[in-house]
Write a new protein. Structure first.
Length: 64
């Protein structure tokens, strides 16, 4: 593998790291908003969804 090929790999790595940092910022914002939504729902209609499902990545399905 040439030095040029290695430099391309390093650039690809750095580009992905930068993209990952931007994605992490978005994910943090999503987490804050999702917690806010759950607090609102809990206040308005306590116990209307299964919290265990959410721990394992399930969807928020309301039992209204």
């Amino acid at each position: 593998m040439s030095n040029d090929d290695l430099q391309k790999l390093a650039q690809e790595y750095n580009d992905m790291a930068e993209e990952g940092r931007a994605m992490w910022e978005d994910i943090e914002g999503y987490a804050v908003r999702m917690k806010e939504i759950r607090k609102i729902i809990d206040k308005e209609k306590p116990g209307c969804y299964d919290e265990i499902v959410l721990l394992f990545g399930g969807k928020l399905d309301l039992d209204l």
